[in-house]
Design a binder for this molecule. Structure first.
Ligand SMILES: Nc1ncnc2c1ncn2[C@@H]1O[C@H](COP(=O)(O)OP(=O)(O)O)[C@@H](O)[C@H]1O
Ligand SMILES: [Mg+2]
Length: 502
């Protein structure tokens, strides 16, 4: 019978060990046989809520019932035993094993005595019932992403999952593969499976789900029946908030174009096109914001501009000079700075402030014979500490002992002291406390007022709205639109971020 509540999560709170409050009293209910969309921006708490349901992490507070029974999972195995399966954005298959071996492993994990024949028999039945095509003899690494995902799904079915959670499954798929996945999900539904479908894509949510729960900043905005709402309603639910333009800033005094991209095409790590023909001009004295949910090509765009990712086609100009073929180091020398999104990538945690600062200032501290002039490096580091108000015991403290905010200040500061003209800054305040966030944002505005050009890539809508003089919304590797912040309502932004043109 449909209608029975197979998942009931009540008053779920989650505070991560580092103090981040990801969920603030979430109620979430899923009915048997439905496709339930879980919709929200970056950081809304979707993945956290589902990792809790899958037993991977524990809620700080709250109660969970699965098929009517109260549960307290100590790990995914407990969840799997209760019939819950999860397909992550990053797959968990063994790439150098065949599909057959991977599926057998999956069965063994719940039934250590199972034979390969048993596994194959189960696969045969699943294939018959679902019409999914599974190339059993191939190595996983030889398969296209869409097929790997299918194997990942079957891996859950072979363990007899009754509730299947898919975390942003279409973010790795082509449109054709997406359509195939949707057909499969509809088939699963007919078979009586229950599906939880995480997404930020409005059209997909509308197309495939029966009900949708919208999360925003760790809270449930509402649960709606899909056929009673349109994409505009969903966009509003996803992003609506009080807009506070807290940060005072003078009008931009825009100068000449410093950085230009022309019809850029860039591949991601898997060789799939992630930037699909982006053009932009960044002017002196402005902050150009790129808003969008992470994973829509912003990282590849930033890396291509910074010179650490190959450009497939298109041109990049800095000060009117074609730099498309130049290395990152050469671009640095011509006045480009890049602050990556992840402090784990940008900083070497065992190294101290002086060493981390020297990393991107090498040409300033290298003497003849390629020896580092440490007293020069120290004076640059102390300039970073002074200008960015870094709080640290000493310049020789390993960076890992600094707070996230102070690490971020080092990462931004070591670029500022080089006096570049163009800053490409990715998610500059992610995971920082309020004070550090304010400081970094004010610093970016100060740089803009000093006549620098700043390309700000951020999935934080408030940040982009507060700081940008112009902003673009990126979705699946393309700009949905470019305009001034005042030209966007929140609803419009939500629609664009969710892939709906307005
Ligand atoms: N392992 C973790 N440790 C600390 N904070 C985390 C962790 N995972 C997620 N967060 C934080 O929790 C919040 C919710 O994240 P997440 O559940 O991934 O959101 P969503 O899937 O909706 O994008 C974000 O602020 C995120 O930075
Ligand atoms: Mg997520």
């Amino acid at each position: 019978m449909s209608g029975e509540e197979v998942v009931v999560m009540k008053n779920i709170h989650k505070i991560y060990p580092d103090g981040v409050v990801a969920l603030r009293g979430v109620d979430f209910t899923v009915k048997r046989g439905e496709i339930h969309g879980l919709l929200g921006e970056n950081g809304a708490g979707k993945t956290t809520l589902m990792r809790i349901l899958y037993g991977e992490i524990k809620p700080t507070r709250g109660e969970i019932r699965v098929f009517g029974e109260k549960v307290s999972f100590h790990g995914p195995w407990d969840a799997i035993r209760r019939g819950i399966g999860m397909v992550y954005q990053h797959f968990t298959l063994v790439p150098t094993f065949t599909v057959k071996e991977n599926l057998y492993l999956s069965l063994l994990s719940v039934n250590p005595k199972a034979s390969m024949d048993e596994a194959l028999e189960r696969v045969r039945r699943i294939v018959e019932e679902t019409n999914l095509k599974i190339p059993l003899e191939y190595l996983v690494e030889e398969l296209p992403i869409g097929v790997q995902q299918r194997v990942e799904i079957v891996k859950n079915l072979i363990r007899e999952a009754k509730i299947l959670i898919l975390d942003e499954p279409t973010s790795v798929l082509t449109p054709v593969e997406t359509e195939e996945l949707f057909k499969a999900l509809e088939r699963f539904k007919e078979m009586g499976l229950t599906i939880i479908f995480i997404t930020h894509k409005l059209k997909e949510a509308k197309r495939i789900t029966d009900r949708i729960t919208v999360l925003r900043r760790g809270r449930v905005v509402g649960t709606v029946e899909t056929n009673r709402v349109d994409v505009k309603d969903l966009a509003r639910m996803m992003v609506e908030r009080e807009i506070i333009f807290k940060i005072e800033k003078k009008p931009a005094r825009r100068g000449e174009a410093l950085l230009e991209a022309r019809d850029l095409h860039v591949l991601d790590d898997r060789g799939v096109e992630a930037v699909k023909g982006i053009s932009l001009k960044l002017y002196r004295g402005e902050i150009f914001g790129i808003a969008g949910v992470q994973g829509n090509g912003q990282r590849e765009l930033a890396e291509a501009l910074a010179g650490i990712r190959r450009v497939e086609s298109g041109r990049i100009l800095l000060h009117g000079r074609d730099i498309t073929g130049l290395s990152a180091a050469e671009r640095y020398r011509y006045g480009l700075a890049y602050v990556p999104a992840s402090r784990r990538i940008g900083l070497v945690s065992e190294m101290n402030i002086v060493e981390n600062t020297a990393l991107t200032n090498l040409y300033r501290v290298l003497m003849k014979m390629r020896v580092i002039n440490w007293s020069k490096a120290s004076s640059i580091a102390s300039e970073v500490v002074r200008r960015l108000e870094v709080v640290a015991p000493s310049l020789t403290t390993p960076i890992k002992y600094l707070s996230g905010g102070n690490q971020q200040k080092v990462m931004v500061g070591r670029e500022i002291v080089r006096e570049p003209d163009v800053f490409i800054v990715s998610e500059p305040t992610q995971g920082l406390d309020v004070a550090a966030t304010e400081f970094i944002r004010r610093t970016l505005i100060r740089l803009r007022d000093e006549g620098k050009a700043i390309l700000l890539i951020s999935s934080d809508l408030d940040e982009v709205l507060q700081l940008s003089d112009r902003l673009a919304v990126i979705y699946e590797g393309k700009f949905m639109s470019v305009g001034r912040p005042e030209e966007y309502t929140l609803e419009k932004l939500g629609l664009l971020m969710g892939g709906v043109s307005v």
